[in-house]
Structure formats: structure tokens, C-alpha cells
Design a protein around this ligand. Structure first.
Ligand SMILES: [Zn+2]
Length: 483
């Protein structure tokens, strides 16, 4: 936009330029947050949701990562943004998944409950039969090669206590000493759930976990047969990233929503709503708005598999590119059927769960609280736990925030009194199900939240300062030092 800054106010620019050659654009009005919020209408947001629902219907009822429904969703979003004049990229990323077909452990013929650790190599369908040898439970059980001094584990299944070092290290050392499999014993009561070797390359020998009680049974056994039929798969995902051609690229306002659904449903509230509100905000803003700061929109792949798209994206940035991101706004579920009105608790004013976010997160929370106060809604907080795509951003010390209408948590009696709806019932009963459809969206909540998305984008696109601002320049460097 050639004349940006010349006509900062007034419509006179349009008249003055009326005689320009064809193809020239009149200078645009500086973006105003309230005007932008008003331009994001519920009808246009619902249009995007209808499109996403149609895509799911045409593709086995879902838009999950790695499926044709996801590809069609990404194509729709990318095309919509290109039509509005954005520079659009669709960077690919790799992610791993892990499946367990069977897991079984027999000790002297007795069946022991066992869980394969994530990314454990497979034993094959016949399993491994071998003597079991326990590693002494010292202060660093199985974490140092000297733990194996005087212990012959060649061809054996090693029994090792959990704790002190990663599971991956324990099985690696056992493998180095010739063990053919490892069984990790929980160091507290109950089964060893959710343990992982971290990534497929870490796995040296089949590794599983058992409860503390079963660990004692195993220590007394002679031979065991361990069967873990596992498979690790590496897949390629895709994000959609679009940025305005205007505004300072040293102070990027980043806005994101995950584009994938779970495999069980069309993902209209989770997270068609965040996508639709973000996409319509981008559409109304246009690719070359009159803004001080560049705005970058992100539509993430494979969030439901563990924030894979946003994680890969943040990882792909060099330190300077990270430093250029002033803040990140995240929108994940905005139209829950029994809606909550929740802002990410960036200042930890609720003193619940995770602590406060990176410096600036508190200001972002206030921007949403103030906006909703202006339309007569009192927001509650929701824990700043990083369990959506803002997680990788706050881990990189980038301030973040957003609003949320609630998932499988229950609306309290006080909240129902404040906002209406049904107390002691989930915010979204259709969460991660086939019933997560447009018919089950609360359109009033979606309308208000969508306007709030646009409002926050409008505010920060123009001004990162003020009482609700985020650190800039040297302040930002200082705030993020140590990252
Ligand atoms: Zn979600």
C-alpha cells in the first residue's frame, strides 16, 4: 500500500486518488478495533461453519489430521485467504503416532497387567521369552551403567524401577548391557500410565511399565514372556499461515486456531468455531489493511494429536523470528452449547492450576475482559495451562491469550446465574463426538466471541502499548531473556 501514512485519517484520500490509473487502490482507513468487531457478523461466521460441516459430511464425517477432510479444510481456508489478498503458505511438518495392537506379560505362566511405553519397539506377535533380572533400586535406578556392575543381563528382560532419569535412558543402558527388553516398575501405587520413550528413534528394546505391586511379583519370577505389538508411524501434516502485506514485521500480531477435528466427529465447535471466527476476522481485515503491525493468521494441523502443528511451527522459527512475534492469540471452541464465557487466565488472578503467562499475557486477558464488560458480560478465567496451540508460544516466552466457551467441564450454579444456561451440565456435551455439529452451537456466544476475536486483533494490530499492552523493543528482549 504505497500511500500508507500519508492519509492517516479522513476519507479525502479516496477522492484525491479517484483519478489514478486502473489497478491503484484508494488509501484505506486505519483499522479500528470496534469497527472490525462489528464487521464480523454471525451470518458470515456460520457460512464458514456450514462449509466445514459439508467438508466433514463428504469425508467420512470428520476433518481429522491426515485425512482427506483435513486437506479439504486446509484448501478451503487457504483459498479464502488468497481471495482476500493474503500471502498464504502451507508449511508441512512431520509428526509421529504410535499404536499398540496387543500388550501382554506372563511371569511363570501368570498374567501381569502391562502397558507398552510410547514408541516402544515391537516384540513381534510371538513376544520375547527370557529370564528376568532386577536392577538394584539405588538412588538412580538403572540410570548409570555402573548400576549393572556384577549383573549379567545378556539376553534377559531387565526389571528396573521408575524415577530419576527418563525411561528412554533406562532402556538404552539395559540394551547396551545386552538386555532384550525392559520392564519399568512404577514407584507409586497404580499402573504406569502414559509413559513414553519420547520419540521413535529413542527405542532400543521393547519397553513396558507395570504397577509397583506387580513389580514385586516379577522380581520373584524366573522367566517371563513379554509381547508388545506396537507400530510407530511418521506422518506429514500441514498448517495454513497467512500474513498481511502491511504493518511492521518486527511486531507481528499472531492469531491462531486449530483446523483439525478428532476422528469421531466433524469438529464444528471444536474447532470450526475458532477457525471461522479467525478466518472471518482475516477476511474483514483483508490482506493489506492500514495497520501499524503485521497480522499473521495460523490454522494449525494435528492439534488433537498433541499440538503437533503449532509445536512444529514454533520450533521452525529462528530466535529473531520468535522475537518478532509480539503476542499470540488462540481461539479453540467459541460456541459451546451451554456456553461459558472464559478468558485464558494470563495473570493467574484465579490462583488456580498453572501460574501466570509470559509478561504481556495479563494485558491480553484484560483486553478481553474489558471488551466483554462493554457488552455486559462478566468473564471468568480458565487455567493458563497451555493445553491448546498457545502452549508452544508461551514455552517460547511469547505472551498469549484468548477466549473459550468451555469443553467437558461443568458450568457452575454461579455461572448459570450470571450467564444463563444449565448448571452442573458440561459446557459442551458434544465435545469430541459425532454430535459436535452446527445444530449444537450456541450462536449468541459464538457471535460475541467472534466479535471479540476481531476486536483484539484490531487493538493489537494498531497499538501494542498502553495499559493492556505487551512488551516491545528492549522491554521485550528483557522480558524474554533467558528463554
Ligand atoms: Zn480444540
Amino acid at each position: 500500500m504505497r500511500l500508507r501514512g500519508v492519509f492517516t485519517i479522513g476519507v479525502a484520500g479516496a477522492i484525491a486518488l479517484a483519478g489514478c490509473s486502473s489497478g491503484d487502490e484508494a488509501p484505506k482507513q486505519p483499522v479500528d478495533a470496534t469497527t472490525l468487531a462489528e464487521s464480523v457478523t454471525i451470518d458470515s461466521v456460520v457460512d464458514h461453519l456450514e462449509k466445514l460441516e459439508e467438508i466433514a459430511a463428504d469425508n467420512d464425517g470428520n476433518r481429522a489430521a491426515g485425512t482427506p477432510g483435513y486437506t479439504a479444510s486446509a484448501d478451503y481456508v487457504a483459498q479464502t485467504l488468497r481471495d482476500k489478498g493474503f500471502d498464504v503458505e502451507t508449511p508441512e511438518f512431520e509428526y509421529h503416532s504410535f499404536d499398540v495392537a496387543s500388550e501382554q506379560l506372563l511371569a511363570d505362566g501368570q498374567d501381569i497387567e502391562v502397558q507398552a511405553l510410547g514408541y516402544s519397539p515391537s516384540t513381534g506377535p510371538d513376544g520375547i521369552t527370557a529370564p528376568i533380572v532386577a536392577v538394584p533400586a539405588d538412588e538412580s535406578p538403572g540410570c548409570e551403567i555402573t548400576d549393572y556392575d556384577g549383573l549379567d543381563v545378556t539376553g534377559a528382560v531387565v526389571l528396573v524401577e521408575r524415577g530419576v532419569c527418563p525411561f528412554a535412558d533406562k532402556q538404552k543402558l539395559a540394551a547396551e548391557r545386552g538386555a532384550v527388553a525392559a520392564v519399568v516398575v512404577n514407584n507409586e501405587d497404580g499402573p504406569l500410565l502414559g509413559g513414553t520413550l519420547g520419540d521413535p528413534d529413542a527405542g532400543e528394546i521393547p519397553t513396558a511399565g507395570v504397577s509397583k505391586a506387580d513389580g514385586e511379583t516379577l522380581a520373584a519370577a524366573d522367566d517371563v514372556t513379554l509381547t508388545l505389538e506396537t507400530e510407530a508411524t511418521t506422518s506429514t501434516g500441514r498448517n495454513v499461515i497467512a500474513q498481511t502485506t502491511t504493518g511492521s514485521t518486527d511486531d507481528v500480531v499472531m492469531v491462531g486456531a486449530h483446523l483439525d477435528s478428532v476422528p469421531d466427529g466433524p469438529g464444528i465447535n471444536d474447532n470450526g468455531t475458532g477457525v471461522a471466527a479467525t478466518l472471518e476476522t482475516a477476511s474483514q481485515l483483508g490482506g493489506s489493511p492500514n495497520v501499524n503491525n503485521a497480522v499473521r493468521f495460523a490454522f494449525w494441523g494435528a492439534e488433537e494429536l498433541g499440538l503437533r502443528g503449532s509445536e512444529a511451527y514454533v520450533e521452525s522459527l529462528d530466535p529473531e523470528q520468535k522475537a518478532d512475534i509480539a503476542l499470540y492469540l488462540n481461539f479453540d471452541m467459541l460456541g459451546s452449547e451451554n456456553p461459558g464465557y472464559l478468558a485464558y487466565d494470563g495473570d493467574d488472578s484465579d490462583a488456580f492450576g498453572a501460574g501466570p503467562g509470559p509478561e504481556g499475557s495479563a494485558g491480553i486477558e484484560r483486553t478481553f475482559v474489558d471488551y466483554f464488560a462493554g457488552v455486559g458480560v462478566d468473564l471468568d478465567g480458565t487455567d493458563f495451562d497451555g493445553r491448546s496451540d498457545y502452549g508452544p508460544f508461551i514455552a517460547a516466552q511469547i505472551p498469549a491469550g484468548g477466549v473459550f466457551s468451555g469443553a467437558d467441564g461443568q458450568k457452575t450454579a454461579e455461572q448459570a446465574q450470571e450467564w444463563g444456561g444449565t448448571p452442573d451440565v458440561a459446557y459442551d456435551r458434544n465435545y469430541h463426538s459425532a454430535d459436535d455439529t452446527l445444530a449444537n452451537i450456541d450462536r449468541e456466544a459464538l457471535a460475541q466471541n467472534s466479535a471479540a476475536v476481531a476486536y483484539a486483533v484490531g487493538v493489537y494490530a494498531q497499538d501494542l502499548g498502553g495499559p493492556n499492552g505487551v512488551p516491545t523493543g528492549a522491554e521485550r528482549e528483557k522480558a524474554r531473556a533467558g528463554d
